[in-house]
Each structure stands twice: as structure tokens, then as C-alpha cells.
Design a protein around this ligand. Structure first.
Ligand SMILES: NC(=O)c1ccc[n+]([C@@H]2O[C@H](COP(=O)([O-])OP(=O)(O)OC[C@H]3O[C@@H](n4cnc5c(N)ncnc54)[C@H](O)[C@@H]3O)[C@@H](O)[C@H]2O)c1
Length: 327
């Protein structure tokens, strides 16, 4: 087995000021790695003052800018369906072209590993069986297509000197200094707190949920994985139906906040329904998730709580993005 890369790595994190990056970057630094973030700061900068942040579009980076880095992590782009549907062409530029351009420049600069933030959204609508990385992907919506094409583009560059790891993440939920309330558990927590009511559009739909602490752990495992490793890996804390997540949120609000929350169930069809197997990541990356809906809610209680300004636009990607496009 080739040696593991758990020595100090010089890492460039594209999109590192976002929701996932704002949790991951401090953890990478705590693990002893040297990190630089390049980010357009669409949602501001919530990283510590000790983090070197370059405000720049990934598309403007050149091979010279990548020299001296050991690894590059791509967390940039449009990160959900509403943004991708609003601006499909821009979605393909930021999720596919930017990812491919950065990987190509990184390889030319002698970077050894490229880690791409893919999404389980690529699996589309399945028959509820556990999807593995070998199974087909059926996505016909701009976000899913772009995440799949971005992954295919970057993995085409993999060879014995350039490792490419695609982390196919479930819906990431939990607390980040750059907070989002447009993600499954976070959204239900917010509406339960604010309205005393949660609405579930389709309780039978399956989703892999990835607690944000497990997301950070997955990236660190990928950074520190043996040198020869390349591949695609599903990462999730566990699979849940949306109805099950809502029930846990309702129970949590009652038990921890003494609040009775009404559960409204609708039957709206969804284009996405998938459960994923994370066995490959557990076996090859030593990914060991510990998160659950309960740990996500406990994290939200700790950092957010009932008096949080939930409705500010900055917590919703689509609202910020509409303003950016308008500008
Ligand atoms: N959050 C999830 O549930 C989830 C699930 C699966 C995959 N992903 C993927 O993980 C990544 C991170 O997600 P997130 O929730 O942190 O997203 P986010 O929207 O919070 O952050 C994205 C960051 O990228 C920056 N950015 C976008 N395009 C850029 C460019 N061209 N150049 C420089 N910076 C740019 C933005 O300013 C922002 O800070 C995304 O690629 C997303 O598609 C996220």
C-alpha cells in the first residue's frame, strides 16, 4: 500500500469560505495542514483571521498560482437546485468548467491530489435500493448534471502522479459559521422554531444526510489517504426518509424546548429519491461517520437556538444569488 499523506500538506481550498469550507478549513489547520482559501465570498467571510483568503474567481487562476500546493479541494460553484435552475448556464460554468479548469491547472503545476465536492444528487430517482458508486446515475436537472459532469471531467485527469477523489456527499446539515437554512434538517429546525410547524412535501422520499462534522472528517480522510488512491466515494452519516427526519425534529423540539410542533404531510412528487451505500469510503478512506439527526440538532441548539435571526437573507443561497445576479 502506498504511503499515507498524513504529513503536513499545503492545500488550496476553492470555495472554502462557504458552508462546508467554514467548518472544514479550521479542522484542516488543526490537523496540521497549511491552508489557503480562494473564494468569491458570495456569502461573506466567516473564517478566522488566521486563514489566508484570496478573493478571486477559480476561472482566473493560472498554473503559476497553483505551484507549491500539494492538494486542491474544490468546494466552489452553485451548491443547490434553486440556484442551478435560476441560472443553468452559470451553473455549468461554475460547477463543471471551473472544476475542470482548476484540476487541469493543478495537475500542470505538479499538485498531487485533487478532491472534488460531488453530490449524491447525481443518483436521481431510484427504487429505494442502496446506490453504490458502480450504479448508474440518472439526473436530468441542471444541478445534478453539473455535479456529475464536474466529477467526470476531473477524474479523466487522474493518473499515477495525480490522484483525484470525488466525494459524493449526501445533504450536508448542521452548524457552520457560514450558516445555511436551505438544507433539509436545518430547514425543518428553522420552521419548527419559527412557526411551530414543519411541512413535509413527501415523507417517503429517501435522502442520505451528512452531518457537517462527518463532512469535514471525510475531506480530512481524503487528504490523508494513501497516495495512490483515486476514485468516487459516497459519503453520508446515514440514510433517512424525509418523514423520519421531520418526526425526529418534532420529537426534539418537544423534548429539548418544550415546544409542540405541528407536522403537515403533503404528497408532492420529487425528482430525487436515493439511499446510498458508504461502504467503499469506509473501507478505502477509513471514513467513520458518527453523526445523526440528533447530533445535528444538538449542534444547532448549541450555536443557533430559538432567538436566532433565521429569516435573514444571507442564510438562503437563492436569495443571496438573486441579489448577486441583479447586481
Ligand atoms: N451543502 C450540501 O448539502 C452539499 C451536498 C453535496 C455537495 N455539495 C457541494 O459541496 C460544495 C460546497 O457546498 P457548500 O454548502 O459549502 O456551498 P456554499 O454555497 O456555502 O459555498 C460555495 C462557496 O464557493 C464560492 N464560489 C462559488 N463559485 C466560485 C468561483 N467560481 N470561484 C471562487 N469561489 C467561488 C462561493 O463564494 C461560496 O463561498 C459545493 O460544490 C456543493 O455543490 C454540497
Amino acid at each position: 500500500m502506498p504511503s499515507s499523506t498524513n504529513t503536513k500538506q499545503r492545500i488550496l481550498v476553492a470555495g472554502g469560505a462557504g458552508f462546508v469550507g467554514s467548518r472544514l478549513v479550521p479542522e484542516l489547520m488543526t490537523a496540521g495542514h497549511e491552508v489557503t482559501v480562494v473564494d468569491l465570498l458570495w456569502f461573506g467571510n466567516h473564517l478566522g483571521k488566521d486563514v489566508n483568503v484570496i478573493i478571486r474567481d477559480v476561472m482566473d487562476l493560472r498554473t503559476e498560482d497553483l505551484k507549491g500546493y500539494d492538494q486542491v479541494i474544490f468546494l466552489a460553484g452553485l451548491s443547490n437546485d434553486p440556484m442551478a435552475n435560476l441560472a443553468p448556464a452559470l451553473n455549468y460554468v461554475h460547477n463543471v468548467a471551473a472544476a475542470a479548469h482548476l484540476a487541469h491547472a493543478a495537475k500542470a503545476a505538479g499538485v498531487k491530489r485533487y478532491i472534488y465536492a460531488e453530490s449524491c444528487a447525481v443518483y436521481g430517482y431510484t427504487d429505494n435500493s442502496l446506490s453504490t458508486e458502480e450504479d448508474g446515475t440518472v439526473c436530468f436537472y441542471p444541478y445534478g448534471i453539473s455535479k456529475l459532469c464536474g466529477g467526470l471531467a476531473v477524474s479523466s485527469l487522474a493518473d499515477k502522479n495525480f490522484s483525484v477523489i470525488r466525494l459524493r456527499m449526501g445533504t450536508v446539515c448542521g452548524y457552520s459559521p457560514r450558516m445555511r437554512f436551505d438544507l433539509l434538517v436545518n430547514t425543518l429546525y428553522k420552521t419548527a422554531m419559527m412557526e411551530g410547524k414543519v411541512t413535509v412535501n413527501n415523507p417517503e422520499i429517501w435522502r442520505p444526510v451528512l452531518a457537517i462534522e462527518d463532512a469535514a472528517h471525510a475531506y480530512i480522510q481524503a487528504v490523508e489517504a494513501p497516495e495512490g488512491i483515486s476514485g468516487t466515494y459516497n459519503v453520508g452519516s446515514d440514510n433517512y426518509t424525509v418523514g423520519n427526519v421531520a418526526e425526529v425534529v418534532v420529537d426534539h423540539l418537544k423534548a429539548r424546548h418544550g415546544k409542540t410542533v405541528e407536522l403537515v404531510i403533503n404528497k408532492v412528487p420529487d425528482v430525487r429519491n436515493y439511499r446510498v451505500s458508504t461502504e467503499k469510503a469506509k473501507r478505502e478512506l477509513m471514513f467513520a461517520p458518527t453523526g445523526s439527526i440528533e447530533t445535528i440538532l444538538a449542534g444547532l441548539d448549541l450555536h443557533v437556538g430559538p432567538s436566532f435571526p433565521f429569516e435573514e437573507d444571507r442564510f438562503y443561497n437563492i436569495r443571496v444569488f438573486k441579489k448577486l445576479l441583479g447586481a
